[in-house]
Design a protein around this ligand. Structure first.
Ligand code: HEM
Length: 634
């Protein structure tokens, strides 16, 4: 059955049930035949469940139900009607007015109106759901009994994951290195495995920009200036990212600047009517105003970031930068089918270990990011380091030690290779230079044998964690859970004969294939319509479920994303402009507001930075609109 047909069928199911009941009444001659009502019920179903109340369908149903005698069959009909009305609303309610949290009948401390640093209270009924420093979730159990001992993690890396020297394969749809630098920001905002206890996620499971704002009140305080709601100049919280290529921290510095841009506007608009010039306030008033501006700006900034994820990142993932379409897969859409509960929003969530592994995209590193990482490892382990000899123990002792050396004062940490000015900010020209280099640089393709050798120890640590601490399901178990067919052979998993044979030698039977190499060395999707990311087939399917779950599950991005919470200015600021030259892309706005007058508004560097300019030249030429764009920065 075609997917559309299937969809229609499921929409119609509750109506068929109702009609089935009515039909049996008619056959039994137990009540009159309201043909008009039946027609209207069908029309309602075809409308996706939306009733035209001017046709009095509800009143006619009440009329009909009130005239039939009470029999078991007739009572079922009344039951269906009640079920439909019950399911119209979420039970229990998902959001509350005011700022006092209420957990069933137990009061919980903290306001409901703010994003807490540790992510608590996203779901008021389960205040710790998805909070920082709580265990990872597991989505799929390991039930498979391995039929032979598992190969060493070192062997798995060498035979299935390691990029051969000089074997760089450019990304098939021209994604830029910056795309994956942004991806690194996204994954680090939801994953922060505790180095002492890998069962624990040290960050919240929400897209709450914890990498900028911190995971605890202490971290949050260290990035705040406590001056009218602002963050310290060009400051971000996450110290791990200072060990990574500079475009990653540069993107986050722009997001930190966006916070201060938002604060300026909230203060200027003064929609709440009680903000006053800073120097006219006493200490208590300053505290109140600072707190209110900070938290409102944080809500707006996170909402903005989520829309960059949907309108720039997801657009590139789905290959929509090859079209003029402004369509996005918006997980927040209201889904309301008659006779079924509305699809929930804002329920909270906790990220899982399966998805942590699914996102270890180390094979896509561009040439420059690979060189940068090699240089970084040389700084830690010496110029003559042999990447194959670094052990997890060495890495823990030396690399994490170096991260600590980055210092506790977040406002003093430098983007690798850049210096701060006297006022604490980086020079705009320096930031643009870093971004330009990452936009020009093509990323590598997802594939088996694509991970640079310097990340050998990182993948080995990941595989050990996945096996020893997380006890992850197998590749086929994961596919089954995602409603995907299970592989019957290694060749079905990856048709490259050498890769399939290497996996056979390691695992013996396809059912023994572990999730980590299974996902990361699977054959990649071709660059067809609807596919821009082109990762392994299973990754490509599963990340969409993850994106929907992350965005739809977040109360602050759904039920409580309102003009009241964000202010009218803030609410408007986070909306995409579908008439802009990026077809609704949001990054162009971020760049214009945080690096003013540096990139031309017509430049593909500002409009489509997730694809290389060379690729965008081809894409826009095919659409016959290339003459409307600039392919230089200015
Ligand atoms: C740019 C160069 C990159 C470097 C140098 C790098 C390095 C690392 C390191 C050192 C770890 C921590 C290993 C551990 O402590 O067990 C790690 C983990 C991870 N990496 Fe990468 N990585 C890079 C790019 C990426 C990219 C592009 C992605 C995907 C978008 C990614 C996804 C992950 C994930 C999901 C984890 C696990 C994080 C956690 O559990 O806390 N990495 N990476």
């Amino acid at each position: 059955m075609a997917p559309n047909e299937r969809n229609k069928q499921s929409l119609l199911r509750p109506v068929w049930n109702l009609l089935g009941n009515i039909n049996s009444q008619i056959k039994n001659g137990k009540f009159f035949q309201d043909v008009g009502m039946v027609k209207d019920l069908l029309k309602t179903a075809a409308n996706g469940g939306a009733q035209n109340d001017r046709e009095f369908l509800l009143e006619r149903m009440v009329g009909m139900l009130s005239t039939i005698p009470s029999t078991p069959d007739n009572d079922k009909l009344t039951g269906k009607f009640i079920q439909m009305l019950w399911q119209d609303l979420p039970h229990p309610p998902l959001s509350y007015v005011g700022d006092q949290p209420f957990n069933g009948n137990e009061a919980v401390s903290g306001s409901l109106r703010v994003r807490h640093a540790d992510g608590a209270l996203n779901n008021p009924f389960m205040p710790s759901l998805g909070k920082a420093n709580t265990p990872y979730a597991r989505n799929v159990s390991l039930k498979h009994v391995y039929t032979q001992p598992l190969p060493s993690e070192e062997d798995v890396f060498d035979k299935l994951l390691r990029r051969r020297d000089g074997d760089f394969l450019e990304h098939p749809t021209g994604l830029s290195a910056l795309f994956f630098n942004f991806a690194t920001c996204v994954i680090h905002t939801i994953f922060r495995t505790d180095t002492q206890n890998s069962a624990i996620n040290g960050t919240s499971s929400y897209i709450d920009l914890a990498i900028v704002y911190g995971n605890s009140l202490g971290e949050e305080h260290s990035v705040r200036s406590f001056d009218n709601g602002k963050l310290k100049p060009d400051t971000i919280s996450e110290s791990r990212l200072f060990m990574m290529p500079p475009a990653i921290t540069t993107l986050l510095v722009l997001i930190s600047r966006n916070h201060n841009f938002i604060v300026d506007n909230l203060f200027r608009e003064n929609e709440k009517g009680w903000y006053k010039p800073w120097d006219q306030l006493d200490d208590e008033q300053k505290k109140k105003q600072d707190e209110d501006l900070f938290h409102t700006a944080k809500l707006v900034n996170c909402g903005f970031f989520a829309n960059v994820v949907l309108h720039d990142y997801l657009r590139a993932i789905l290959g929509l930068t090859r079209s003029k379409s402004t369509w996005v897969l918006d997980p927040r859409a209201e889904v309301h089918n008659m006779g079924q509960p509305p699809l929930e929003t804002g329920t909270g969530g906790a990220v899982s270990v399966e998805f942590n592994v699914l996102y270890r995209w180390h094979s896509v590193l561009s040439k420059s990011d690979t060189e940068w990482t090699e240089g970084f490892f040389k700084k830690i382990f010496g110029d003559d380091v042999d990447f194959d000899k670094i052990t997890p123990k060495d890495f823990h002792e030396k690399a994490y030690g170096l991260a600590k050396m980055a210092g506790n004062d977040a406002s003093k940490r430098n983007i690798p290779g850049l210096e701060r000015q006297e006022n604490g900010e980086f020079k705009d020209a320096d930031l643009v230079g870093v971004l330009k280099q990452a936009i020009d640089e093509p990323a590598a393709s997802f594939r088996a044998r694509g991970t640079p050798s310097c990340l050998r120890v990182v993948d080995i640590m990941g595989m050990k964690q996945a096996r020893d601490v997380w006890g992850l399901c197998t590749m086929n178990e994961f596919r089954k859970a995602m409603s995907l067919t299970q592989f019957k052979s290694f060749e079905e998993w990856n048709s490259d004969k050498e890769v399939a044979q290497a996996a056979r030698e390691l695992y013996g039977h396809i059912d023994n294939l572990e999730l980590y190499p299974g996902l990361l060395a699977e054959e990649q999707k071709p660059p067809i319509e609807g596919s821009g990311l082109c990762p392994g087939y299973t990754v490509s399917r599963a990340i969409l479920s993850d994106a929907v779950s992350l965005v739809r599950g977040d109360r602050f991005l759904t039920n409580d994303c309102t003009p009241q919470a964000l202010t009218t200015w803030g609410y408007k600021y986070i909306q995409p402009d579908n008439d802009n030259k990026a077809f609704g892309g949001m990054l162009v706005t971020l760049l214009a507001n945080t690096l003013p007058n540096t990139l031309s508004p017509d430049s593909v560097y500002a409009l489509f930075p997730f694809n290389t300019p060379e690729t965008m030249k081809k894409n826009l030429s095919k659409l016959k609109i290339d003459d409307e764009y600039k392919f230089t920065t200015n």
